[in-house]
Design a protein. Structure first.
Length: 137
């Protein structure tokens, strides 16, 4: 297997919803072409159950995942850092490509609302990986 074309870090505050969905889609869509991490600046205790259910509906099991705290090494190792609603709570690492995805926080939302967020994230992840694939080829 060849080296990954890029490493992507998905960041949000609690690492319990948006960044977990994005990382799961990136692993699936990237199929070994990208290295993926997700983390939070202030991780929750557990994943959002509606997020776990919404991902299961599309055949991705994230039930074994757990929120993780952002480490300095993740930030230093990432080529692309995608922030999702963490604003000033997410640190800035020099010489990194940043994308800020304005996404509704799935916390407290109905399953139907979470599905819409999930589908938006999937489309964004696909576009990002397509772009990185073109740039890396």
């Amino acid at each position: 297997m060849s080296e990954p074309i890029a490493s992507i870090l998905f960041l949000c505050v609690h690492n319990a919803g948006r960044s977990q969905m994005a990382a799961a889609f990136a692993r699936q869509i990237g199929a070994g072409r990208v290295e993926v991490w997700s983390a939070g600046s202030s991780p929750a205790e557990t994943l959002n159950p509606a997020v776990v259910e919404a991902m299961a509906e599309v055949g991705i099991d994230i039930s074994a995942e757990s929120p993780r705290r952002l480490s300095e090494q993740m930030g230093l190792d990432a080529d692309v850092i995608v922030t999702m609603g963490c604003g000033d709570a997410c640190p800035v690492y020099p010489n990194k490509r940043y994308l800020d995805w304005e996404l509704v926080d799935p916390a407290g939302k109905s399953l139907g609302e979470v599905r819409a967020i999930r589908d938006d994230i999937k489309a964004r992840v696909k576009a990002l990986i397509d772009e990185l694939s073109r740039a890396g080829s």
